[in-house]
Ligand binder design. Structure first.
Ligand code: GLU
Length: 304
């Protein structure tokens, strides 16, 4: 299959669709991105790369980073994650307080904000230098030592993260946050500020399409069984309260972020990343989702 040609045909067909999305501006620094960027990158487990558009420009990966922190905790930390969070789709917005109150401070899954904040609490309590350790982990996954946090984005979010502070305080009141709140939130905001390109994202997620092994280094990050479970979590919880729509339309496990990125994997075959900053009302990239829907429909390369 000529994937580059397919990318370009799909992109052209989307030109006729009005981009009804809106760039995230609730974190002020995110509003500075040019809304018309569009990039795609696909890498196969046997090392073939296909790209299109702005695939080498770094952007704020935001919630996509929750997969990295979760995998790090799941693979390296001895304490039981599953006593502190669940594995159920939330069905409510990613920063909802209502459900958390109802569930007595136990987040529904590791990919909503509350769940990722608990993962940060676990990592903050167990790693020697959590910010450095997470950054090294991500750098190793994609083989690029220049990947970094954007301190301006982390700071911007810290200044305006009232709802995230409400989540962490609510969980602390239920005894589900063990460390100092400011240390946990500093880690969380830095995690979300990681910047990567589509190419780097696809490379770093490829182990989830390869039974938990990073193809370029041969390093086993997760066992096949934990890889399966991580993919199941991405499938059911990776797209805010639109995970059902994403499964219905695209049919791949993945994760999106409010920076407009989406990364998804087809186990045994490939990882693909798309970046288009305008978001639909649920917080997923408007064009990115349309693009992936068209891609898996034309190529039959989905899990269903
Ligand atoms: N840092 C963002 C927040 O906490 C992440 C949102 C996202 O990408 O889902 O609101």
């Amino acid at each position: 299959m000529d994937l580059k040609k397919i990318f370009s045909e799909i992109y052209d067909s989307l030109n006729d669709v009005e981009d009804a999305g809106k760039v995230a501006d609730y974190i002020p620094e995110l509003a500075n991105v040019s809304p018309d960027h569009f990039g795609v990158h696909l890498v196969t487990v046997d090392g073939q790369h296909y790209d299109f558009g702005d695939s080498d420009i770094r952007f704020s990966i935001q919630s996509i980073a929750k997969v990295f922190s979760f995998v790090m905790a799941y693979s390296q930390i001895k304490s039981t994650i599953w006593e502190r969070m669940d594995v159920e789709p939330a069905g409510t917005p990613f920063n909802s307080l209502v459900q958390l109150e109802y569930d007595k401070g136990i987040p529904r899954n590791p990919f909503i904000n509350a769940g990722a904040i608990v993962v940060c609490d676990i990592l903050a309590g167990e790693l020697a230098s959590p910010k450095d350790n997470i950054r090294s982990f991500v750098r190793d996954l994609c083989g690029n030592r220049t990947i970094d946090y954007n301190p301006l984005v982390a700071h911007s979010e810290k200044k305006t993260g009232f709802r995230n502070y409400a989540l962490v305080n609510l969980m602390k009141s239920f005894g589900n946050i063990h460390n100092d709140i400011d240390a946990v939130m500093d880690l969380y905001f830095h995690l979300c500020s990681l910047e990567m390109s589509c190419r780097e994202l696809s490379d770093s997620f490829l182990f989830l399409a390869n039974n938990g092994i990073v193809p370029y280094s041969g390093k086993q990050i997760l066992s096949p069984s934990r890889t399966k479970r991580t993919n199941a979590l991405m499938q059911t919880c990776g797209f805010y309260d639109e995970a059902g729509q994403f499964a219905f339309k695209v049919g791949l496990p993945g994760k999106s972020g409010v920076g407009g990125g989406i990364v998804a994997v087809l186990p045994g075959k490939y990882a693909i990343s798309v970046w288009s900053p305008r978001l639909n009302p649920k917080g997923n990239s408007f064009k990115g989702m349309l693009f992936l829907e068209e891609f898996t429909t034309r190529t039959h390369l989905s899990i269903f």
